[in-house]
Write a protein that binds this ligand. Structure first.
Ligand code: COI
Length: 354
């Protein structure tokens, strides 16, 4: 149990228009900060006014990217409750990331306590417009002042909060995806399964290329054979082919998404055939040509469920479901968001009230 010292701001900001939030542009009045020192563990848990932080230019994170982050949301239910969605999954994943990056683990209950505490302090910032929420961004950075390559002995764990609307400007409308055949995101044994900034730094060149061609995101293929479907830029990805829903297996190179896992559990509950298995871009394009690629969607905390209307692979275009939202895609979106916003009974015990 953390002993969290709270210092409230004396200068609260004006809140943004919740009809026009976009994603990750505004930040709340407070943040959570905690330090780690080898031999002492995590200490000095505190909530302080949101502000700039000052770091020595030789701080390790700037040089070797020993860094982790997470993403989850707080939802404002109509009856006034504030809900989190499966926050223990984020805490567990943070620890898997930390293990991979030689960073100290954080007890799951401390992670959840810290999230709840800072969200409670800034609860007035949780927007209430339909489809909006408070995005929670926990992250940890290596803070030793040294430029030799080694695991840091000191860290900071920080949580910032951002009121958000839809991640993509398209909202819950189909997006166009470019299949990346030049760059790769991850290989087994690397950091593909970890949520660390370096994975995203390595992805922006490809995203830029896709954006310039009029595509919202890229679809990554595996880094070795360059043919197995992995994930989309900021989401896991599912394809419904001939009645069966396929998604890439968790084998070390893709991010084990909380929304991905929730979709699989819901599909199984509904009796929809769902397989976590390797499948190739050729199988996918062949299914599209044969009219068997029925639906495609991405899943993620930021993106929720995002229908995919078009794929471009080496210039061949596959239009999916006439560029309309698929029935199953819509059902998953409706079900997940109803649970998250406390509108539906949470039979699966996924929400935690603050
Ligand atoms: C999320 O879905 O929460 C993510 O972390 C994706 C992100 C990089 C915006």
């Amino acid at each position: 149990m953390l002993d969290i010292k709270i210092t409230r701001t004396s200068n609260p900001q004006k809140k943004p228009d919740s009809k026009n939030l976009g994603f990750g542009r505004y930040f709340t009045d407070h943040m959570f900060v905690m330090d780690y020192t080898d031999g002492r563990g995590w200490h000095d848990a505190r909530i302080v006014p949101y502000s700039n932080m000052s770091f020595d230019p030789a701080t390790m994170v700037f040089h070797y990217a020993q860094e982790s982050f997470e993403g989850l949301k707080a939802y404002h239910a109509d009856d006034g409750r504030i809900l989190l969605f499966r926050p223990e999954k984020n805490a567990e994943r943070l620890n898997r990331t930390h293990d991979r990056l030689c960073m100290p683990e954080l007890p799951v209950e401390d992670f959840i306590q810290a999230v709840k505490a800072v969200v409670s302090v800034d609860r007035d910032w949780i927007p209430t417009e339909p489809g909006t929420s408070l995005y929670i961004r926990p992250f940890a950075i290596a803070t030793d002042i040294a430029i030799g390559v080694h695991p840091s002995h000191t860290y900071k764990f920080i949580i910032i909060l951002s009121p958000v609307g839809a991640y993509y400007p398209e909202g819950m409308n189909p997006v166009k995806i470019y299949v990346e055949d030049e760059y790769v995101r991850a290989v087994k044994g690397g950091t593909g399964f970890a949520k660390c900034g370096g994975n995203y730094a390595a992805s922006v060149k490809s995203q830029d290329k896709a954006n310039a061609k009029g595509y919202t995101q890229v679809l990554w293929l595996d880094g070795v054979h360059r043919k197995y479907i992995e994930e989309v830029g900021t989401m896991n990805v599912f394809f419904k082919i001939n009645g069966e829903v396929l998604t890439a297996p968790i084998e070390g190179s893709i991010l084990p998404g909380v929304t991905r896992d929730s979709c699989i559990q819901l599909l199984k509950k509904w009796g929809v055939p769902v397989s976590e298995r390797r499948f190739t871009i050729d199988e996918l394009m062949e299914a599209a040509r044969a009219g068997k690629l029925e639906e495609a969607f991405g899943s993620g905390t930021a993106a929720v469920i995002s229908p995919i209307g078009e794929l471009n692979f080496e210039g061949e275009i596959a239009t999916i479901n006439g560029f309309k939202i698929g029935e199953l895609t819509q059902k998953l979106y409706d079900t997940l968001t109803a649970i998250q916003w406390g509108k539906a009974k949470d039979d699966l015990g996924w929400t935690t009230e603050i």
